[in-house]
Design a protein around this ligand. Sequence first.
Ligand code: PBG
Length: 325
Amino acid sequence: MADLIHRPRRLRRREPLRALVREVRLSREDFILPFFVCTGEGVRREVSSMPGVFNLSVDEVVRDATEAYETGVRGVILFGLPESKDETATGAYAESGIVQQAVRAISRALPDLIIITDTCLCEYTSHGHCGVIRQGEVLNDESLELIARTAVSQAEAGADIVAPSAMMDGQVGAIREALDTNGFEHIAIMAYAVKYASAFYGPFRDAADSAPAFGDRRAYQMDSSNAREAMREAELDYAEGADFLMVKPALPYLDILKAVRDRFDLPIAAYHVSGEYAMIKAAAQKGWLDEERVMLETLTSIKRAGADIIITYYAREAIRAVFSF
Ligand code: PBG
């Protein structure tokens, strides 16, 4: 076949050639690292289903955030494990709440680090649902007020971006209005716009101790079969004033991520969730997969599908791997 004209292999011969024509590159600014903050001092408790991920007290989270920053991580997202939980999620919007304390401490130590706070009630409610409950139902409009209060309190503590994840209708609008009336019109909203009711959140619920005490989240999070509905959800958050749109989980929903990317011009985030992390870890620990290569291939696929920002428990390892060659 000497008469072949097109030979794509010409550009794959050597690594410098492959690098020259590489279409997607991971960079340190792509990644956001999640942290789970708990009460106490000197606490560093590994999450059993997420090797390498810890519940950290405020002093320890400052230490890890500093290390992460030195590695190249430029943004973190914080989740809280409060001292106690109640029906109305008081710990979510308390001035001395665990996330509020962590935001103050981290921003004092690392003024250039971007701090995002997850804005939800499930880690703070005794029943583990993302809103207020009456007669077994998660109430929408009654929950909005508490979610908005939580966002304002996180902004007061010094968060740069609030990230509502409860999937209550109207939560982005309610937060925007509350932030603006409290003098926080400069604080951005990263909307978990398209969040599916996913079994891939399993390990997170160990990490954040936030499994619902009864039922599940399918009455507010999305059905995994629906793609058109995802566009509607994204459209609503866009209209309500979201500054970023997020799709979550990432890998099982790359088609959705691509569709959101194509339709909206806002920055798009993807959450590579706990179960996605745990699967790679478990297989790697058994020696069945090459952890670093699978991690990089996965994160590259998420970026290729259209994510500008990737929230991942692998942020540090990914940055180290990208900079090691
Ligand atoms: C809170 C929240 C969850 C996650 C992010 N924010 C859990 C859930 O909705 O059940 C999941 C993140 C992960 O699995 O890594 N609502």
